[in-house]
Design a protein around this ligand. Structure first.
Ligand code: CP
Length: 316
């Protein structure tokens, strides 16, 4: 595997999930695979889980790891071609990415969307330029439109904890005070649409996701209808795709409560984290028995390790 940017880079999802669960059982089984290999984790935006879980995954495989908080410690990057760099940008991504590729065998990149220009965000300009110019395998640590390491960990978690062969999985929109990217719900939807689950998306009118990511999903604006008999409920806020990056008024009653869970099949509650308590998800759910958010975050290590293992195997 030379690129991990979406579900489309994975020929056999079930095999990758199985590999992640195997690594969870035997974390150090491949501790020599990454010997003398270096992983660079490049962050243009903040992170807790992605940074620590991917670093741990690389260390478990015997790799050296370098972390660069590009947004705080790096030079301001120019992304456009054919410009006179007489403004605030100091270094062009052409040189920056090429130099990183000289220091690292695999590069991970996190780059959020600006949420101003949909065409630019959905072209994945920053992530794709890293891929184009660094010359080594690249793993997405969350890009403008997708978060595939999160989605793989989510699928691993569902596979591990499901109590029936084809569980009902629901992605529900939740309230927030800030416009958030569509990367996590887009990515979760496109992975679930290819997994062996019964998948429903529910959101208020106006929060339709780009249909490229939701082919095959049931979609409803009726949250109760969606939650009925659910085995897993994935809670997430996202801003509107149209008008792009906007929050629409109302919908505070979309926050999940224990009362709403009564119609589910004893559903387990998922969230990628970080989560704003009592805005996106209630205390009673996060502190209750139905929440598996920490378990889900722990599985980020095994998802990352399965992907890095495949990348290392492709280097040798
Ligand atoms: N879920 C997730 O990606 O968390 P971080 O933003 O903390 O990495």
């Amino acid at each position: 595997m030379k690129l991990f940017s979406s579900v489309h880079d994975v020929p056999d999802i079930a095999a990758l999930v199985k590999e992640a669960l195997h690594l969870k059982q035997f974390p150090y089984a491949y501790k020599d695979l990454g010997e003398n290999k270096t992983m660079a984790l490049v962050f243009l935006n903040p992170s807790l889980r992605t940074r620590m879980s991917t670093q741990k995954a690389a260390l478990n495989l015997g790799m050296n790891v370098m972390v660069l908080n590009m947004d705080k410690e790096g030079w301001a990057l120019e992304l456009r071609d054919n410009v006179i760099m007489n403004g605030n940008t100091v270094e062009h991504i052409r040189e920056a990415a090429a130099v990183m590729g000289q220091y690292a065998d695999i590069i991970g990149v996190r780059s959020f969307p600006g949420l101003k220009d949909r065409k630019e965000d959905y072209s994945e300009m920053i992530f794709n330029k890293f891929v184009q110019f660094c010359g080594v395998p690249v793993v997405s640590l969350e890009s403008a439109t997708r978060h595939p390491l999160q989605s793989l960990a989510d699928l691993v978690t569902i596979e591990e904890l499901k109590t029936r062969s084809k569980p009902k999985v629901v992605l529900t929109w939740a309230p927030h005070i800030k416009p958030l990217p569509q990367a996590v719900p887009n990515s979760f939807a496109e992975w679930m649409c290819r997994a062996d689950v019964d998948f429903t998306i529910t959101h208020p009118k106006g929060y339709e996701l780009c249909s490229d990511f939701t082919q095959g999903a049931k979609i409803t604006n009726n949250q109760d209808e969606a939650l009925a008999d659910a085995d897993f409920i994935y809670v997430k806020n996202w801003s509107a795709y149209e008008p792009y990056g906007k929050i629409l008024p109302g919908n505070e009653d979309w926050m999940l409560t224990n009362e709403k869970l009564k119609i589910t099949n004893n559903a387990k509650i998922m969230h990628c984290l970080p989560v704003r308590r009592n805005l996106e998800l209630s205390d009673e759910i996060l502190d209750g028995e139905s929440s598996i958010v920490v378990h889900e975050a722990a599985n980020r290590v095994w998802a990352a390790q399965a992907v890095l293992k495949r990348m290392l195997e492709s280097l040798s």
